[in-house]
Design a binder for this molecule. Structure first.
Ligand code: SF4
Length: 655
């Protein structure tokens, strides 16, 4: 064994209450890294095609990253993997915090669950072994109460807990897995898979050091990296201060200054992701009024600013960072109104501020903070929940549903009380909440009457809060990636910030192959998507890559003792990306199943505003993206030659 990885993963059968330990060899980690790569390799091998993700035959994995716990920066994310009940294809989600490093210190790279427990159960993983504990008393409790109860029972406040709230228990297909008092691995609906297995929580505690091949080398890399990372520039500080004013100019003239990593770093340091809310609303990045509104007209700067930067950090009591993070974009806020008044919670992220803000023409920050806490405790994805509320309001406004259907609740844009009430109904599956609890695609199927036109999803997953008409890269990601409707992979903006072209010679070659114009941008985007898979294999936060040039190859080689070149690492990223897409094809989820809705592609285009006249040529960009990655244009999955080239044809057979 070299270093970096813990060297084993556990397979836990919840029906039989049995565990098996698997110890892959060094070549396995070199091929798949860890995180999503390890997760996809294990599940592709163990899980039969076509199974119901909510059945006992499904597998659900909790993975750390290859670099987690090695001292490399930005490497503390944990990942949940499995077949998504929301999209029917590959599902994954990740979150920061401290869970991942604790899992690794307990001696595991990952823990996989299959089967179904008869009674609610929680599972404790430590160096001493794996224990099953009754969760009867925890069933029905929110995720924060669960976390605290487990720590209390064990008498150890260093135990890290990943749990589900009420939404996962009720098998809501937009539920996720909660850690660290309200951080959620929210997307893909994997909370429902956990709920279907009656697995309330996975608790981990470890004390052993993660093996590292060359600690001195890591220290040296870190020293050099931090010297650059900590540099602050007056022009960036100035730009951060005038961003909202600048956004008004951008909205009307289209003039914009391309952001540099140092500027994003400055912004995230001051505000976290909340720093971009007003800017995004004005410039057309934030979808407004269920993707049908023009930001500066329907959610003007006065409203947007109430849910952005200074307004948000005015409630912040302290900043915090995830394990091994030198940036620290997180914040703990004081909640002063609503049912959680007098408690503290996580600062709302941009996605939440937008999904419960501009998307609903709603600018009451107190109500958004309450919604954030409500969703975090229930373990429901705020992007999907906000998107589903927007869908319901539009259906109501257009007369597709009425008071009879909503149980007397009047739904109007910007009505905080109604938004909170409807979100509660979704969490509890009460009344119309039961129709909406599985996201907009299922809701539109249940409601009918042409409502699918207003269901803003790709492949079943609600679209995030970055408009694909403003940055076509988001459109490519939403439509073409293995997990559709995701904003945490790449975009044209991200791919410039990532510096992918300089980092990987293979990326530059990909761009040369693509040619000019939009195709060249799609190529950089595709290469950056591959880079993101490297990060996902290592447990890294993409904000690290947006704010700096991460020495990821150096960190991996120092931690593992390998001698990987940048291009070999790129191939590992491509393998992880392709495995997840091949999984979709094996499950029958094809390219046509993940199409962007017309509205999100600008069909028809806006008549005014920053996105006036813009239509995204999704067909052409999809073709370029698939061709560059060696994916079939019809299935959307890797062609056979690509599977062979990446050495994963054995995992997927003749799909
Ligand atoms: S940048 Fe933010 S989300 Fe990423 S690791 Fe640091 S604190 Fe966590």
């Amino acid at each position: 064994m070299a270093g970096g990885y813990a060297g084993k993963y556990a397979l836990v059968d919840l029906s039989k209450k049995k565990t098996k330990i698997v110890t892959p060899d060094d070549a396995f980690y070199r091929k798949y890294l860890s995180g999503y790569g390890l997760g996809a390799a294990v599940i592709a091998e163990l899980q039969k095609p076509g199974i119901d993700p909510l059945s006992k035959a499904s597998h659900l994995g909790f993975c750390s990253g290859l670099l987690t716990g090695t001292g490399s920066y930005f490497s503390g994310r944990f990942m949940v993997v499995g077949k998504s009940p929301l999209t029917g294809g590959w599902g994954d989600a990740n979150a920061g915090g401290s869970f991942s490093a604790e899992l690794k210190r307990a001696g595991y790279d990952a823990v996989f669950f299959t089967g179904k427990s008869k009674e609610p159960v929680w599972v404790l993983v430590t160096e001493k072994g794996i224990l099953f504990k009754s969760a009867k008393k925890l069933w029905g409790k929110d995720a924060l109460v669960t976390e605290e109860a487990i720590r209390k029972e064990l008498g150890d406040d260093k135990v890290q807990v990943a749990s589900i709230g009420v939404s996962g228990e009720k098998l809501s297909l937009i539920s996720g897995v909660v850690t660290d008092g309200g951080r959620i691995a929210a997307r893909s609906g994997l909370g429902a898979v956990m709920g279907s297995k009656k697995l309330k929580a996975l608790a981990v505690r470890g004390t052993q050091a993660v093996p590292v091949a060359d600690k001195e080398k890591i220290r040296g890399i870190n020293k050099r990296y931090l010297e650059r990372f900590k540099k602050s520039y007056p022009h960036d500080r100035f730009t951060v201060k005038i961003m909202n004013t600048m956004s008004l100019l951008t909205a009307r003239t289209g003039f914009t200054v391309p952001p540099q990593p140092s500027l994003v770093r400055e912004l995230f340091c001051d505000y976290g992701t909340s720093g971009t809310t007003a800017y995004s609303a004005m410039t057309g990045d934030m979808p407004v009024k269920n993707w049908d509104g023009v930001g500066y007209r329907e959610f003007p700067i006065d409203s947007a600013a109430k849910t952005s930067d200074e307004s948000v950090v005015a409630r912040q009591k302290k900043r915090y960072a995830c394990q091994s993070c030198p940036l620290g974009c997180g914040g703990i806020v004081e909640i002063t109104k609503g049912r959680y008044a007098g408690t503290e919670g996580h600062k709302a992220e941009y996605e939440t501020l937008a999904a419960f803000g501009g998307l609903l023409l709603h600018d009451d920050l107190d109500a958004i903070m309450e919604l954030n806490e409500l969703c975090n405790r229930a373990g429901i994805d705020t992007i999907s929940a906000g998107g589903t509320v927007a869908f319901a309001i539009e259906c109501y406004q257009r007369g597709i549903i009425d008071k009879k259907k909503t149980g007397g609740l009047e739904l109007a844009w910007g009505d905080g009380a109604a938004i909170i009430k409807l979100t509660e109904m979704i969490i509890q599956r009460k009344g119309i909440g039961d129709i909406l609890a599985d996201g907009v695609k299922k809701a539109a199927e249940r409601i009918g009457k042409g409502s699918d036109k207003y269901a803003m999803h790709a492949g079943g997953q609600e679209l995030p809060m970055h408009d694909s008409r403003q940055d076509f890269g988001f459109g490519v990601a939403y439509q073409c990636e293995p997990t559709p409707g995701r904003h945490t992979i790449s975009s044209f903006l991200y791919s410039n910030l990532y510096r992918t072209k300089k980092k990987f010679p293979a990326a530059a070659r990909m761009m040369r192959r693509a040619g000019k114009g939009v195709a060249k941008k799609v190529a950089l985007h595709a290469a950056s998507s591959v880079y993101t898979q490297v990060m996902n294999g290592c447990g890294m936060c993409i904000f690290g890559a947006m704010t700096s040039n991460l020495p990821v190859v150096e960190w991996i080689n120092a931690a593992t003792g390998w001698d990987l070149t940048a291009d070999e690492l790129f191939t590992a990223g491509e393998r992880i990306l392709s495995m997840r897409k091949a999984f979709n094809v094996r499950e029958g989820v094809l390219a046509a199943d993940q199409r962007l809705p017309d509205r999100a592609a600008g069909r028809p285009p806006f008549a005014e505003g920053p996105l006036k006249g813009i239509t995204a040529d999704m067909d052409s960009m999809e073709r370029t993206f698939f061709d560059l990655l060696g994916w079939d244009r019809v299935t959307g999955g890797p062609a056979k030659e690509k599977l062979r080239e990446l050495g994963i044809d054995g995992l997927f057979g003749e799909y």
